[in-house]
Design a protein. Structure first.
Length: 336
């Protein structure tokens, strides 16, 4: 890699409620980081000031840092235009509409700035420093409250014609399924992300209560105990905790989720046939024990009979994927 990749860079992860900023070295190690609040519902200037405040807080820790910075990479909610660095109209950041984020931050810090959505950037970080280091063609999925995806070919993000490509979480696998927030029915996000897992578990618990109205504590799902016997309070995190405790209803819920993800990933493989599939995100962590089941699902659904040659790997970066992804974007400035 070039000097830009070897030098220190700043990765910025902008969300609806927070701005996380980290100093990242050429090996993808986050040396230090800060986190402040984001002003999502203020003016465009107030939103920018919140981001600058977080970056300045990082620099304030060591006066020698700022002159060494080679670039700033920023993960922001879409839709956005990565080629111009303009944030178009993100629902989670109403303060910015057609806001030239990259140009504004460049004007403040006088270094190159790049802006991308979080899943694309996280995929790039995995290709440089993480689970995708030894692979050319990468499909990355982060499974949490939603499902985001990124595609990287030869260390480059595939953005498509307008920068809107790789919205794999909004690939429908059931045209009769529930309507997703994007407007389409049966998207994998509405069927298999964290809120969907919680809904499925709550439905099973309701059915269990109906058929076993007099269930004894020994037969009651531990999810009910975690939720203090309030079915409406059950979350996907509770499903994961209950599974680890041996809860059969939680296991059934997660296996159904895995089957849906298998069908979805079989479509991805038949379309792209990547060298590797990398999975990250909070919900993904509870699904790692089911990777063998996921593989069996791929073998069942894929047209590609060699689908099991494609490894499925756990992402290196967890909660810090936005910072690492932002930092990885800086490397693109010097790639020919």
């Amino acid at each position: 890699m070039t000097d830009t990749h070897d030098g220190l860079v700043v990765g910025v992860d902008i969300g609806g409620t927070k701005v996380a900023v980290g100093l990242v070295d050429g090996n993808g190690e986050i040396k230090t980081q800060t986190r402040t609040s984001m002003v999502a519902n203020g003016t465009a200037a107030e939103g920018l000031a919140a981001v600058a405040s977080a970056i300045d807080l990082l620099f304030a820790r060591d006066a020698k840092i700022r002159p060494l910075i080679r670039g700033i990479g920023m993960c922001a909610p879409g839709p956005l235009d990565p080629s111009t660095g303009v944030v178009i109209n993100p629902p989670n950041l109403p303060c910015w509409r057609n806001f030239p984020l990259a140009a504004e931050v460049t004007a403040i810090y006088r270094v190159p700035v790049k802006v991308e959505n979080d899943a694309n950037a996280a995929a790039l970080a995995e290709s440089y420093w993480g689970a995708g280091l030894d692979y050319r063609h990468i499909f990355y999925a982060t499974i949490g409250t939603g499902i985001g995806t990124g595609i990287v070919f030869d260390k480059r993000i595939y953005n498509g014609r307008t920068g809107a490509a790789a919205e794999g979480g909004h690939m429908s696998i059931d045209y009769r399924g529930p309507r997703c927030g994007c407007g389409k029915p049966g998207c994998i996000e509405i069927l298999a992300a964290g809120p969907a897992i919680a809904r499925r578990a709550r439905a099973k618990l309701t059915s269990q209560q109906t058929t076993q109205a007099a269930a004894q504590p020994a037969t009651r799902s531990s999810m009910m105990d975690l939720a203090h016997r309030n079915i409406d309070a059950v979350t996907s995190e509770m499903v994961g905790q209950a599974y680890l405790a041996g809860d059969l209803l939680a296991k059934e819920t997660l296996l159904e989720t895995v089957d849906l993800l298998s069908l979805w990933l079989s479509n991805i493989i038949d379309l792209l046939e990547p060298d590797v599939i990398i999975i990250g995100g909070g919900v993904a962590a509870m699904l790692f024990p089911f990777f063998d089941d996921l593989s069996r699902g791929l073998a069942k659904y894929c047209v590609n009979t060699r689908c099991l040659e494609i490894p499925m790997l756990q992402a290196r970066y967890g909660a810090d994927s936005g910072i690492a992804g932002g930092a990885a974007l800086c490397s693109e400035f010097s790639i020919p």
